[in-house]
Ligand binder design. Structure first.
Ligand code: HEC
Ligand code: HEC
Length: 380
C-alpha cells in the first residue's frame, strides 16, 4: 500500500465512523433482537417440526454403518483417496494447508479493492475450495450404501415389521402362527416334526433374551440356522428384536391393540382385490418359500408381476382358467411342478375361495369395478 492509498483509506474511515452507529447500545440491541428471533425460530422448529429420530444405539448391531453429519461428509470422502498409511494427507496435511492459506490471506491479498472480481487470487482459491467441498459431498452421498432398513419405533410398527420378517424367514419351518408340526418342502428337514413355538409352554418358559439368542445363534445341531449377521445370517439386531416382539404377541399375557386384521370375508359375488385380499394370503402362506433368496422352482410371489409370469412352469396363473398350477396346487391336485401347496396343510375354505374368485375374474392386479357399481361393490 502506498501513502496515497493510506490517506484515502484513513479519510474514508473517519467519514464512515462519523455517520456510523454506536456499538453500545445500538449494535448490542440489534444483536439481541437477531439472536432472540433465531432462538424463537429454533424453539418453533423443535416444537412443531421435530427431528428425525433414529432408533436407539445398539452395540450388538454389526450391520449399522456409522456416518458423519452431512456437512462433514466431504472430509470423510477425502479419506477414500488416502487409505491406510497415507491417511495423514487427508486428515491433517490438506485441511491444514487450506486453513493456513486462509490464515495467511492478509499477507498475500493486500489490495485495497474489495470487489471479488478485483481479488482474483483469493476468489480463485475460495471457488476451488467450495467446488471441491460440493463435489466431494455429492460423491459421498452417491457412493454410500443405504443403511439397513430401520425397523419402526412404535410398538405396532415393530410387531408388524416382526411379522413380516417372521413370515419371510421362519414360517417355512415353524408355520405362519408358530404352530410347528411336520416340515414339508424344506431341504434337509423334510419330514421332521417341530414343537410349537407359540404355546404357553414355550412362551412362559423363555425370556425375550433367550428367544433372541436362539434366532441370533440358531441351533445348528438341531437344524435351526443362525440369523444374526455376526453368525453368518442376514438379520440385524433391530430386526431380530422385532421378531421377538412379534412372537410375544402370541403370548396370552401380552395384550396388544393391533390395527384391524386383514379382511377375509367377502360379500356374495364380490370380486377380490389383489392388494387387499389376495396378496395378504400369499404373504402369510407362500412367500417363506417363494421369495427373493428362497424361490422354490424360481417362483417368486412377493410382487404381482412375478406371481403371474414367474416360475419354472410359468405361467402358474392364467386369468379366467381354474385349471392352472396355482389353483391345482392349492386344491391339492397333482401338478407337474410339484405337490400340494402350501405343502404342510391346505388353506382354509375362505382363503381358497378368495383366490379362486380372483383367478376367475381375470387375475388382475387391481379389481375392476363396473361403473355405477363402485358404491355397492358387493352386489353380483
Ligand atoms: C430351516 C428350518 C428353520 C427355519 C427357517 C427356522 N427355524 Fe427355528 N428351529 C428349527 C429347528 C429344526 C429347531 C430345533 C427345535 C426342534 O427340533 O423342535 C428350531 C428351533 C427354534 C426355536 C427353539 C424351539 C425350542 O423348542 O426351544 C426357536 C425359538 C426358533 N427356532 C425360532 C425361529 C425363528 C424366530 C426363525 C426365523 C428367524 C426360525 N426359527 C427359523 C428350524 C428352523
Ligand atoms: C414350505 C415351503 C413352501 C411353501 C410355504 C409354499 N411352497 Fe410352493 N413350492 C415349494 C416347493 C419346494 C416347490 C417345488 C416343488 C417341487 O420341486 O416338486 C414349490 C412349487 C410351487 C409352484 C410351482 C412353481 C413352478 O413354476 O414350478 C407353485 C405354483 C407353488 N409352489 C405355489 C405355492 C403357493 C400358492 C403357496 C402358498 C399358498 C406355496 N406355494 C407355498 C415350497 C413351498
Amino acid at each position: 500500500m502506498n501513502d496515497q492509498d493510506k490517506q484515502f483509506l484513513k479519510a474514508r474511515y473517519q467519514e464512515e465512523k462519523e455517520q456510523g452507529e454506536k456499538f453500545f447500545p445500538d449494535i448490542i440491541y440489534k444483536d439481541t433482537v437477531v439472536a432472540f428471533s433465531l432462538f424463537l425460530l429454533l424453539l418453533g422448529l423443535a416444537a412443531f417440526v421435530g427431528v428425525d429420530q433414529k432408533p436407539p444405539a445398539d452395540p450388538s448391531d454389526t450391520s449399522y454403518i456409522p456416518r458423519p453429519e452431512w456437512y462433514f461428509l466431504f472430509l470423510f470422502e477425502m479419506l477414500k483417496f488416502f487409505p491406510g498409511q497415507i491417511e495423514v494427507i487427508g486428515t491433517v496435511i490438506i485441511p491444514g494447508a487450506v486453513i493456513l492459506l486462509l490464515f495467511l490471506l492478509p499477507l498475500y491479498d493486500r489490495g485495497i479493492k474489495r470487489h471479488p472480481l478485483n481479488r482474483r487470487l483469493a476468489t480463485a482459491i475460495i471457488s476451488i475450495a467450495v467446488l471441491a467441498i460440493i463435489g466431494l459431498t455429492i460423491r459421498a452421498v452417491i457412493t454410500t450404501p443405504p443403511q439397513a432398513e430401520a425397523v419402526g419405533l412404535t410398538y405396532v410398527e415393530r410387531v408388524t415389521a416382526g411379522e413380516d420378517l417372521y413370515l419371510t424367514h421362519c414360517a417355512e419351518c415353524h408355520q405362519p402362527d408358530g404352530e410347528g408340526g411336520l416340515v414339508v418342502g424344506v431341504d434337509g428337514l423334510e419330514g421332521r416334526t417341530l414343537d410349537p413355538i407359540n404355546s404357553t409352554d414355550f412362551l412362559y418358559t423363555r425370556t425375550d433374551e433367550t428367544i433372541y439368542n436362539i434366532i441370533d445363534y440358531g441351533q445348528p445341531n438341531l437344524g435351526m440356522p443362525p440369523y444374526g449377521v455376526a453368525n453368518g445370517g442376514e438379520l440385524n439386531g433391530q430386526q431380530m428384536d422385532a421378531i421377538v416382539t412379534f412372537m410375544r404377541s402370541w403370548d396370552d399375557r401380552v395384550v396388544i391393540e393391533m390395527p384391524a386384521q386383514m379382511v377375509v370375508e367377502l360379500a356374495e359375488g364380490e370380486i377380490p382385490d389383489y392388494e387387499m385380499h389376495v396378496y395378504p394370503i400369499f404373504r402369510r402362506y407362500c412367500i417363506a418359500c417363494h421369495r427373493e433368496g428362497n424361490a422354490q422352482q424360481n417362483y417368486i410371489m412377493t410382487d404381482y408381476q412375478s406371481v403371474v409370469t414367474g416360475g419354472d412352469h410359468a405361467p402358474n396363473v392364467i386369468g379366467g382358467d381354474l385349471n392352472n398350477n396355482l389353483i391345482r396346487s392349492l386344491r391339492r391336485e397333482d401338478i407337474e411342478a410339484g405337490g400340494p401347496m402350501p405343502p404342510t396343510r391346505p388353506l382354509d375354505e375362505k382363503r381358497l375361495d378368495i383366490i379362486i374368485r380372483w383367478v376367475e375374474a381375470g387375475a388382475l392386479p387391481v379389481r375392476e369395478v363396473e361403473p355405477g357399481e363402485a358404491e355397492e361393490a358387493g352386489t353380483p
